[in-house]
Structure formats: C-alpha cells, structure tokens
Design a protein around this ligand. Structure first.
Ligand code: FAD
Length: 469
C-alpha cells in the first residue's frame, strides 16, 4: 500500500485528498491518504457562520461559474443540484468614484454613456487600439500596464478596484502576468484589449448561435455561485466524503524531513508519518517553515511570497431603516481621498437567506496591501471607519443592529513583480524532490476555482509519480 499525506485542510487540501483518492481508485493504485489540518476545523479561509439568523461569510462568499473547476468538483461530489446561484440583480456591480456610486458598465455603449470616466479619460481609453504592444522581457506591474494601455483614470477607477476586490492588493506592486495572465496573453495575442474584446465578442455570438451557455460580461465574468447554507457547504461535503479516517484535525505538521523507508517524513505535534507522496496545501509562509530543514533554498523562495491582511465586517440592519435600494452586488472603491474601506458587498441582495426576514446584511472589507496597518485597529476604530464610509457613500446614518468583525492577518497572497521567477525557481527545486507537490492559492490564482485547479494538478502529479515508480 502506497502512502500519501496532504498537509492543510482548506479547499485546496480537501480537494487534493479527495481527488487523489478518486484518481488512485481509477488507476488501480492502493493508496492510503491522510490529510493533516492544524486547526480543530477544516475549511481554511472558507467558513460560513450562522449568527442571530444572519449567514456571515468569514472569507469567500462563492465561486464564479465561468470557470469549470469547482462545478466539475461538485459534479464529482454529486452536489451540483444543491448549488445556489446569485440573484440576477447581483450582475449590477458598482464603483465608488468622484463622490458617487457608478454602475459598472456591461458593454461598450453603456460604458460611453456612463459618467464614471470623464471625457478626457474616455478619449484616452479610445486610443487603446493604437498603443504599442507590451515591453519585451519586463515583468510589468498592473499599474504600469493600466497607465500604458488605458490611461491613469481607467487605472484608478476600473483596474485598482478590481485588484483590491480579488487580491486586496496594490496595483503598483502586483505583476500583471502573474495576477491576470489572461489579460497579458490577450494583449500579446491580439495586440490590444479592444481588438481582443471584438474578437472574443464575435466568438461569443457564434457560441450563442450554437446554443452554448455564455457567461454575463458584467464584473469578472460568470455568475457567483454558492449553497443555501453558504460556501462552507462545499468544504463540508468534501470533509464528509473523507470521513473515513482520512482527515486528522488539530494536528499541525511541524517539519518535513527525509525518511529512511519512504521519501518523506512529516513531523507533527503527535508523532511522525512517512509518505511516498506529499502535497503541501498550506499557505506559502507555512510551507516555508515546514521545508526549512529539507530544502532551505526552496523555503527561502516560499518566504518571498508576501500576503496582504484584511478585516471583514458583517453588518445587519432593519431593511426599512436603509433608504438605499441595495439593488445589486455592492461596490468597490476607486482609490479615493478619505475613504477607508475597500468596498461593501450587499450580501443579502446577492443570495437568498443571508439575513432574517425584514433585515439586510452588508459586508465591508478593510485593509489589504494599501492599508497594512488596519489589521491592528481595535473594534471601535474599525467600526468608526466602516460607518464613516457607509454614511458617506450610501447615506446610512443608522447604527447596525448586528455586527461581526473577522480579521485575516494573512488574507491573500500577493503576486508581486518577480512572482513568475519565484514560481520557476520553485518548480526547478521541486524537481529535486520527486513526489513533493505544492498546491493552494499561493501560486497560480487565489479564487476557489484556481484552488480546485491546483488540487486537481497536485492529485494528477501524485498519481503520475506513483505510476512511474
Ligand atoms: C476575505 C476573503 C474573501 C474572499 N472571497 C473570495 C470569493 O468570494 N471567491 C473566491 O473564489 N475566492 C475568495 N477568496 C479567496 C479564497 O477564499 C482563498 O484563496 C481560498 O479559500 C484558499 O484556500 P486554500 O486551501 O489554498 O488555503 P487556506 O484556506 O488558507 O487553507 C490552508 C489550510 O492549511 C492549514 N495549515 C496551515 N499550516 C499548517 C500546518 N503546519 N499543518 C497543518 N495544516 C496547516 C490552515 O489551518 C488552513 O486550514 C477570499 C479570501 C478572503 C481572505
């Protein structure tokens, strides 16, 4: 019997363990899989908490159905029928800029009608097709790309909010090719974004004519999807499928070393375990500590991946005390003087059953790479900033009747300039450790879909390794 150990019980680790078992069964390999999670609960950043009739998401509130990975995992778990799609009004996303909320335009016509970007900004944007291609051999920041191709105003009002919405990141440090590889690819492939949009719109029209499902062009594309009891149902279903003794909770790995019998030995607070295949689905900083003895250089590269911190504040109000129609997804804030939050999601408008009858649930985000000091704020200081922004942006003067504050000191990995080189170096070093596989959100995407994709790749690599030996 071969042995595999997965360290980390977030979505990446749970999906890795589940898919490893499935793939081993399909390949006829007898494989004993153990998942080690240091906390007493699994799920990692995914945690849906029910409190006073509100459903508060500690971290993510769903995944986008525009990529296939999580949907395929749900098929595999036979839970696709239990998915909950966000309300159609959630397609309406807003940006707060120049002192007001603007609906994010969904097409070229509404974009040119929108007052979000000034006329000089629109004229600058319309020059996009004539801007030369990317500089060769440069790992460009998202900000440099935005200024070069679209102009400073589009960077501030379109790109920066998107970067804070996905990474809680700073455009001045984030690498375009690592954060948005598709955009970098489109620029290279079509010579520009407008040309790429024209060509892709043609493709979509063709697909629609052929009766294929085509995602909405609003927001980052696709429909936000979750479950009636929150996104934690996904990790709960995975944990249920692994409830055959695979998961060991409250058992943090402390060190990885070479073993006498099998390639790897995992040290935990409770003892040592040997493995043929070792998947580290832990955040890169945790993997760095684990690998310090086995490969100090690999550990040092992993340590170079920085994380942004974030504070999430859930606020409940009586519906009839809020004048705003809350008809939409919520808003992100373009870097604006005086604003302290990154944005606010109207959670009870996005999904059913997120607030008790007659009440609404809002979720504000603070911190990120642009406000790293915010993670140290007291509850009072957090609330002062959140309420100030809600008053200013949505006219809410009411005290919330429900508040929960969640702090993530290491919320989201930052793919800063040099991330591509760090990945290449990790790949090179990992080749010296056959069967040691890195998975999770620290490398090639932070969305749930990306984590599931990394789990799939990790499981595939593990099985291939076992087949080779
Ligand atoms: C506030 C917030 C909102 C987000 N919103 C969205 C969203 O709406 N949609 C979306 O797609 N994505 C969203 N994301 C991103 C997404 O949630 C994460 O990227 C994803 O959940 C990370 O999963 P993971 O398994 O890779 O890592 P984690 O969830 O961080 O799991 C890692 C696990 O490893 C464990 N661990 C660490 N060290 C050890 C050790 N030594 N031994 C054993 N176990 C260890 C940890 O306890 C943890 O359980 C959001 C993230 C945050 C923070």
């Amino acid at each position: 019997m071969k042995k595999a150990i997965v360290v980390g019980g977030g979505i990446s680790g749970l999906a890795s363990a589940f898919l490893l078992k499935e793939k081993a069964k399909a390949a006829g390999i007898a494989l004993d899989v153990t998942l080690l999670e240091k906390e007493k609960r699994v799920g990692g950043k995914i945690w849906s908490m029910k409190n006073d009739g509100y459903l508060c998401e500690w971290g993510p509130n769903g995944f986008l159905d525009s990529k296939p990975q999580t949907l395929e995992l749900c098929d595999n778990l036979k839970i696709r029928g239990q998915l909950l799609r966000s309300n159609s009004s959630a397609r309406k996303r807003f940006i707060y800029a120049d002192g007001q909320l603007h609906r994010l335009p969904e097409d070229g016509f509404s974009f040119f009608k929108s007052r979000m970007i000034s006329w000089p900004g629109k004229i600058r944007l319309s020059m996009e097709p004539f801007i030369p291609g990317p500089p060769e051999g440069v790992d460009e920041t998202v900000a440099a790309f935005g200024r070069r191709r679209l102009g400073a105003e589009a960077l501030q009002k379109l790109i920066s909010p998107m970067v804070s919405g996905i990474f809680a990141g700073d455009t001045e440090t984030m690498s375009l090719k690592s954060c948005f590889p598709r955009i970098a690819e489109l620029e290279r492939e079509y010579g520009g974004l407008v040309m790429a949009m024209v060509m892709l719109a043609r493709k979509k029209r063709r697909e629609r004519a052929e009766g294929k499902v085509v995602s909405s062009p609003a927001g980052p594309g696709g429909v936000l999807t979750s479950f009636p009891d929150g996104i934690q149902e996904l990790t709960d279903f995975l944990a249920e499928r692994l409830a055959d003794g695979t998961i060991v909770q409250g058992a943090g790995a402390t060190k990885i070393s070479e073993s006498r019998d099998l390639p790897y030995q995992v040290h935990t607070e409770n003892g040592k375990m040997d493995a043929d295949i070792l998947i580290l689905a832990t955040p890169s900083h945790a993997s760095a500590s684990l690998l310090l003895e086995l490969d100090p250089e690999m550990s040092s590269v992993l340590k170079g991946i920085q994380y942004s911190s974030m504070t999430v504040v859930c606020l409940g109000y009586e519906r009839d005390r809020i004048a705003h129609d809350l008809n939409g997804f919520g808003y992100l804030i373009a870097k604006e003087d005086g604003m302290k939050t990154l944005g606010t999601l109207w959670d009870s408008s996005i999904f059913e059953n997120r607030a008790p009858q007659g009440k609404v649930l809002l979720r504000s985000m603070l911190g990120g790479a642009c406000f790293p000091e915010y993670i140290k704020l007291s509850d009072d200081e957090v609330m002062q900033r959140v309420k100030g922004d809600l008053r200013h942006i949505m006219g809410i003067n009411e005290e919330p009747s429900f508040v929960r504050i969640f702090r993530h000191p290491e919320a989201i990995p930052q793919y800063t300039v040099g991330h591509g080189e760090r990945l290449a170096s990790l790949q090179e070093k990992a080749e010296q450790h056959p069967g040691l596989i890195l998975a999770g959100n620290s490398y090639r995407g932070v969305g749930i879909n990306d984590c599931v994709a990394s789990a799939n790749n990790a499981a595939e690599a593990g099985i291939n390794r076992l087949l080779k030996r």
